[in-house]
Write a protein that binds this ligand. Sequence first.
Ligand code: ADP
Ligand code: 5GP
Length: 201
Amino acid sequence: MQNKGILYVLSAPSGCGKGTILSEVLKNFKNIHYSVSATTRSPRDGELNGINYYFITREEFESEISNGGMFEYAEFCGNYYGTPKAKVMEKLDAGIDVILEIETIGAMKVKQAYPDAVLIFILPPNVEALKQRLIGRGTEALDVIERRVGEAASEIEKSYNYDYVLVNDNLIDAIEGLETIMKSCKYMTKFNSNTIKGVLN
Ligand code: ADP
Ligand code: 5GP
């Protein structure tokens, strides 16, 4: 019997580079499912429904919450964001690892509901670099950027509750850091109980 999949939770202040890092890391990890979140925010240029997010209305989101369809959810800068539950559970049960890219309130809810989740926080080199990255990305207006940067300090404070932290200063090093964490998790005893049972049989 195979082991259950590992649930990874990746957080970072907006603009820190988690999307950039994750898209590189996912190219090198095959047996992993990236959980597509639902959100009430509007799509950015180039974002596709069902690929980047499920873009839904507040009414639809609230109805998913009442139906118990969200594994976790939070409001961030005026919009709902949440993880659809069914797919995550289905993949973990099938032995496939799952990665959630979510903010800190949602991450703490996951930790409570699913204590075996591996929580990883990506830090910026400093808050000014974060602001410059958001400006450079060019996807948000300046007032939205200010709001997101304003959330950064309180999000970084929550990194103490995570299992791992890594700094995204040099992108190559950060990619390597995340890959190293994920590779080492594969060898943790608690994720290999069926491997041990299989050897004993
Ligand atoms: P997030 O997903 O955390 O909001 P993104 O991955 O969209 O952040 O990255 C925000 C911006 O910062 C992007 O324009 C990206 O190219 C840039 N970026 C990411 N990592 C670095 C880095 N190490 N150095 C400089 N710029 C970076
Ligand atoms: P963005 O608008 O930049 O795509 O995302 C804003 C923030 O919402 C980011 O910190 C991102 O990680 C977080 N986020 C995305 N999806 C989810 C989710 O399903 N749940 C929670 N709690 N946060 C999410």
